[in-house]
Design a binder for this molecule. Structure first.
Ligand SMILES: Cc1cc2nc3c(=O)[nH]c(=O)nc-3n(C[C@H](O)[C@H](O)[C@H](O)COP(=O)(O)O)c2cc1C
Length: 383
């Protein structure tokens, strides 16, 4: 196939997309990726330049790496950026301005590590990781170092009402800062076993009060976070919500076993103010449930009627966990993306690792050019 043939196939991805008061110039989105290059939580010039390169490389939207909220117990590593008053906000202002100058929109991904935060390496070791029921999750179901898991997994104390209220309020405060800085929308990290996800999961939420119990109770925390953020940013700024079946603690865990269960979880979130669902999967080709070719993003759109975004191994031959073991190589799987996109399964296509390897990946897709070789060291370097 010639470059021109490929360019013709991908043309529908380069149509604008409008959600609330934001119009993206195309459907390619940079997936959130933790870089830990922001000393004391402050993104510097190098971080701004890193994001600007992706904007100039023609992505329509950048979702930043996970960013700690105003809750001091939201993140651990001191080099993870935060959205808190003072120097971090000045750093983010530069990032937002550079990305806009480069021609893209940008949402911060608000991240509370919750259950998975390692207090020992954080600026506030006196604050325990916030856990709905004090539980880390089942042992032995992941590829983490068993000695590490043993050192963090001992049960602690369940979150109190006051802590829950504080965490919700600080999400909203950080979202308000983001709006004031000129971010175009808010992305919420509610997947991968972190705080919000841990309220949904029976293995980490055994509460019997209104924050637990049945599926409806376990959905309440996520719903209240979305409502608080919506109240802080007003009606016209978009909110994107990332969820996943898998958890860091258990790759085989599932948020929802059936489309009906997914509907029960996502519809209240949509009603609370979510505008776009970001369905985090490792491989976009995989159907989410038996009996239908729809992937998880396809189902999110179908059960909520809201736009959705797919992700997972775009431009690469294997998944993130496979990459850690064996490395990854470029592959042109864009026609398989287009087959699903043209069917209307989802509205946006998120790209992770391929955009680390090549800041110009989106432009390359538009022009139908071959992809660059992939070296997994890009996951730690800020190139
Ligand atoms: C280095 C790295 C850091 C990541 N950090 C985050 C993160 O902060 N928040 C998040 O939601 N996902 C994170 N992810 C997952 C990506 O957003 C994406 O979903 C995943 O890499 C699959 O997409 P890909 O196959 O195109 O890389 C990270 C992935 C990588 C490679």
């Amino acid at each position: 196939m010639t470059n021109a043939d490929m360019a013709a196939i991908v043309a529908p991805l380069f149509q604008p997309f409008t959600v609330k008061n934001v119009t993206l110039k195309n459907r390619i989105v940079m997936s959130p990726m933790t870089r830990a290059h922001s000393p004391d939580g402050v993104p510097g010039e190098d971080v701004a330049a890193y994001y600007r390169r992706r904007a100039e490389g023609e992505v329509g939207l950048i979702i930043t790496e996970g960013v700690g909220t105003e809750d001091l117990a939201s993140t651990d590593n001191l080099r993870i950026p935060v959205l808190r008053e003072g120097a971090p906000l000045k750093g983010w202002k530069r990032v937002v301005d550079e990305v806009h100058a480069g021609g893209a929109k940008i949402f911060p991904q608000l991240w509370h590590q919750g259950v998975l935060r390692d207090a020992r390496i954080s600026a506030h070791p006196e604050l325990l990781g916030r856990r709905p029921s004090g539980l880390w999750g089942p042992l032995g179901h992941n590829s983490l170092d068993p000695a590490y898991v043993e050192s963090v997994a001992a049960p602690t104390v369940p979150m109190t009402e006051a802590e829950i209220a504080h965490v919700i309020e600080t999400y909203a405060r950080s979202a308000g800062y983001a709006k004031a800085l000129g971010f175009d929308g808010i992305a919420i990290h509610a997947g991968h076993g972190y705080l919000i996800d841990s309220f949904f999961w029976g293995e980490t939420n055994t509460r019997t009060d209104k924050w637990g119990g049945d599926r409806r109770g376990r959905t309440r925390f996520g719903v209240e976070v979305v409502k608080a953020i919506r109240a802080a940013i007003g009606p016209s700024m978009p909110i994107m919500y990332r969820f996943s079946q898998h958890k860091t603690q258990d790759y085989a865990a599932r948020l929802a076993d059936t489309p009906r269960a997914l509907e029960d979880i996502l519809v209240p979130l949509a009603e609370a103010g979510v505008d776009v669902f970001d369905a985090s999967t490792r491989k976009f080709e995989l159907p989410a449930f038996d009996g239908s070719p729809l992937n998880l993003a396809g189902w999110a759109k179908k059960v909520t009627g809201k736009p959705s975004m797919m992700v997972g191994s775009v431009g690469l031959n294997n998944t993130l966990p496979e990459m850690w073991k064996a490395g990854s190589a470029p592959v042109n799987n864009i026609p398989a993306v287009m087959e699903r996109f043209n069917r209307g399964d989802f509205d946006l296509v998120a790209v992770g690792r391929s955009l680390l390897a090549d800041p110009g990946f989106a432009r390359r897709v538009r022009l139908g050019e071959p992809f660059v070789p992939f070296d997994k060291s890009v996951t730690t370097r800020l190139t």
